[in-house]
Design a protein around this ligand. Sequence first.
Ligand SMILES: Cc1cc2nc3c(=O)[nH]c(=O)nc-3n(C[C@H](O)[C@H](O)[C@H](O)COP(=O)(O)O)c2cc1C
Length: 220
Amino acid sequence: MNKQITRRKFLGAAGAAAFVSAVGSTATAADKPLKILGIACSPRKGMTTAKAVQIALDAAKAVNPRIQVGLIDLGGLNIAGHSAKPPADDFDAILPKLKDPALGGLIIGSPSYFRGMSALCKAFIERCGPLREPRTLADKPVGVVALGSFRNGGQELVIQQIQTAMLCFGMVPVGGNPPAYQGATVQSTKDEISADEVGLDTAKKLGARVAEVALRLAAK
Ligand SMILES: Cc1cc2nc3c(=O)[nH]c(=O)nc-3n(C[C@H](O)[C@H](O)[C@H](O)COP(=O)(O)O)c2cc1C
């Protein structure tokens, strides 16, 4: 009897060792890094939109050690909207990052320009056309950060516009954790957002929610 158990134990251990050497690692899908990319769509590099998106990304990273974050600041980049033959421009370097299989979700930030997303944001989304088929972004969460110099300067409209556009990619629009239901709505005053405690809290709650949903969807 004792001999049998010893033999069984030995065979089990040998089998496990063979499996580990066959696959090269014991890491499962649940251990793999999951990337959340932030896209800041103000033409002004490093300004309030980029800062607010970074705050959301930091909150996303804090959710789980698997979450990795990165910011793509479109400020100063040359990205033309869709045309029959889009020119070679700065979008070409961004596209591979959006195709990364480890991408778990997006946080898109835009200033409110006359109650709408910036032209740069629209151009960026239009150029994402190749990601619709094959459905590279499908079933991944997208959250939106909107900036305005007024308290009610159209931030919720900007969020709605971007969420609606990303539905065309099969993305799953999410708001923030309560009470930031719609997403991050931030007010800038003289190019500063540090005084907008309520708005910054919505950015943190959005980042956390995007990460939580990304982890859940990646587990399926
Ligand atoms: C062309 C233009 C239109 C704007 N329209 C609005 C607006 O409708 N509502 C609002 O609250 N702020 C508006 N703003 C202010 C910006 O949304 C705000 O300054 C934002 O923080 C800019 O983002 P940035 O600092 O990342 O460039 C406008 C600014 C510009 C340049």
